[in-house]
Ligand binder design. Structure first.
Ligand code: ADP
Ligand code: ADP
Length: 592
């Protein structure tokens, strides 16, 4: 069987190791040049001589090597390849002249690369990484397919594409005001700013915008660009539920006249947004294969089952299942942690939270728009921020994962594991045997924590938080930077762990599927007063009641998919939407 050998360049430090990959390689020991030193002093692993034993993968002290079997795709379908031991992308998504096409798949499988190629920013090399690609060759390669004319237009300089990049935090260096930043696109800046509710903030420097505002600014700039094809790479990051739904409506409107392609990990959002979607399967940083497009409902149901029938590919061993969340009988619900009313006064913000009871073995979500005090509440319970009135419950052991993570220790996860050793405050056995494998951290055990990607650091932080023995787990936005698979996985893990430990947990998040899988109930935060200078937190409520309260704030209704029981956003003003709103049933109706 042919192999793919991947060297993660940024992790490989050939001056700091003993070249274990080479010295332990069985073919090398037999005298074959399976691993040689390349021109930049890093190893080159021969894919033809490699026997797939995996010894180099285990011996590398920096987790810099991956050896995999080739995917179930034809080598002639390679569209782009970054180097000999580099990532390779098979096939491309197909943008339509009108309507919204989704792209759903794991991190590091080539979604951004595909968008850059379709936008005409990156020239595909069709696998020939030794020579720069040329658009004429792409036209030739895709002759007879729908992409041929797309590449012809790029080759002739006729395609106008606007791209909303994935990493909006990098835009903060622009040195412009928000107004200048959006006006630079050349189109109707005011209309674009209005559509994402940023009017009135034009004079603010881009460098001072919050993450959510930066995302909205980047979306506004893309909307203000006159183009034929619009590409949005993860538009929901940093946005709260209200803004996610708002941009969904804006993009749907755009899709009525233009071609739009969207990469998105929030499944409820993607489901609502796109008309059809490609699924991606593959291995992070190694390869990605883009499926044929599927109608949106089928795409997500297929994604959840983990089996792509058309191509006979299983990309997950276990299906993801939703339940209808019948409330547990009162007799089974013992209180684990009780808290009294608390208030916090900041110079420009006042938060009031009702007292409540957190049930034993249950995970409670915290939902609401940004800047309503969710993080402040969690910090008060964690003992990080003192309340102005009231106090957090005494004698409760808390494990807290903050919203913003910063790896302060240069140690790797393996070193942290060893250091925890016999610390009785941690369940080290669960960390090693359950949490690390479940969060797929095995392959980054030797990487220094500051060198982990955003998603890896998030998973490591959650693993360490859940390993602490605690009565109350506080997790602030654990789904940030994760792909859909990782979100669903983590949701189930949090739920299982909290149940098993008979603890209780509060989880702040904005992803409805994540919340639906992880939570038994919800606390709901809302702005109070006309100027957004106060917030109010209530609950916990049962899931349905909590979602009802949240969705009433944004006038959006959900139904459940009859086949998978997953929640689906109703189209605005559809029959179901109108019926449910009239009844005040914003969530879950229509199963009867
Ligand atoms: P996704 O958007 O699905 O997260 P990307 O398209 O950003 O995936 O990247 C896929 C993989 O390609 C990355 O994991 C990385 O290993 C590799 N890659 C991306 N850009 C480059 C580049 N400029 N040079 C070399 N490798 C790259
Ligand atoms: P959420 O988690 O719902 O987004 P936060 O609790 O982070 O809300 O913030 C609520 C409000 O409190 C915001 O308007 C924020 O500016 C303000 N705030 C948060 N922390 C501080 C602080 N340390 N000093 C002053 N104001 C703060």
């Amino acid at each position: 069987m042919a192999r793919i050998a991947i060297l993660l360049n940024d992790r490989c430090h050939p001056k700091e190791c003993q070249w274990e990959c080479q010295s332990y390689c069985p073919p090398v020991r037999m005298g074959q040049e399976c691993i040689i030193e390349g021109p930049i002093g890093k190893p080159i692993i021969s894919e033809t001589l490699c026997i797939g034993c995996g010894i180099c993968v285990h011996k590398c002290p920096f987790d810099a090597i991956k050896i995999l079997n080739t995917p179930e795709a034809d080598e002639t379908e390679i569209v782009h390849r970054y180097g000999y031991n580099g990532f390779r992308l098979y096939r491309l998504p197909l943008p339509a002249p009108k309507g919204i096409v989704g792209l759903l798949g794991p991190n590091g499988t080539g979604k951004s690369t595909a968008l850059r190629i379709l936008a005409g920013v990156e020239v595909p090399n069709l696998g020939d990484y030794e020579h720069p690609g040329a658009w004429e060759r792409a036209v030739e390669h895709f002759r007879g397919t729908a992409l041929q004319s797309h590449f012809q237009r790029i080759a002739r300089g006729e395609l106008r594409a606007a791209i909303k990049p994935q990493y909006v935090d990098r835009l903060a260096d622009s040195g412009q005001s928000l107004g200048e930043f959006v006006e630079a696109a050349g189109g109707d800046a005011l209309a674009a700013l209005a559509s994402v509710s940023l009017v009135g903030k034009e004079t603010r420097p881009v460098a001072e915008l919050s993450g959510g505002e930066l995302q909205l600014a980047a979306i506004a700039r893309t909307l203000a660009t006159e183009a034929d094809l619009y590409l949005f790479d993860e538009p929901s990051s940093y946005l709260d539920i209200v803004h996610r739904l708002q941009i969904a409506r804006v993009l749907r409107r755009l899709g009525q006249t233009k071609g739009v392609l969207v990469v998105e990990h929030d499944l409820a959002l993607l489901d609502y947004l796109a008309d059809k979607s490609h699924l991606l399967y593959g291995e992070e940083a190694a390869f990605g294969v883009i499926s044929h497009p599927l109608p949106m409902r089928t795409a997500i149901n297929t994604y959840l089952t983990g089996y792509l029938r058309d191509e006979n590919v299983r990309f997950r061993t276990e299906a993801i299942r939703f339940t209808a969340h019948p409330p547990k009988p009162a007799t089974l619900r013992a209180t684990k942690v009780e808290f009294g009313p608390m208030e916090k006064q900041y110079p420009a913000f006042h938060l009031r939270v009702d007292g409540g009871a957190l049930p034993k073995g249950e995970t409670i979500g915290i939902v609401g728009p940004n800047a309503t005090g969710k993080t402040t509440f969690v910090k008060m319970l964690a003992g990080v921020e003192p309340p102005t009135s009231g106090s957090p419950p005494p004698d409760v052991t808390v494990s807290y994962k903050p919203q913003y993570l910063k790896a302060t220790q240069a140690a790797s996860l393996r070193e942290r594991l060893v250091a925890l050793g016999s610390d009785t405050q941690f369940d080290v056995v669960a960390l090693e045997r359950e949490l690390i494998p479940a969060l797929r951290l095995d392959s980054v055990m030797d990487v220094a924590l500051p060198d982990l990607s955003g998603g890896e650091l998030q998973r490591a932080a959650v693993a360490l938080s859940l390993a602490r023995r605690a009565t109350l787990y506080l997790l602030d936005e654990p789904s940030a930077y994760l792909d859909s698979d990782e979100r669903m996985n983590m949701a189930r893990l949090i739920r299982r762990r909290v149940e098993h430990e008979s603890a209780t947990a509060l989880v702040v998040d904005h992803d409805v599927y994540f919340l639906d899988l992880a939570c038994d109930g919800l606390m709901v935060f809302a702005p109070e007063g006309p100027d957004g200078r106060a917030g109010r937190g209530e609950g916990p409520f049962a899931m349905r009641e909590g979602m009802n309260r949240l969705l009433r704030q944004v006038e959006v209704t959900f139904r459940r998919d009859p086949e998978t029981l997953r929640p689906r956003i109703n189209q605005e003003d559809s029959v179901l939407d109108r019926e449910q709103r009239a009844k005040g049933e914003y969530y879950y109706e229509a199963l009867a």
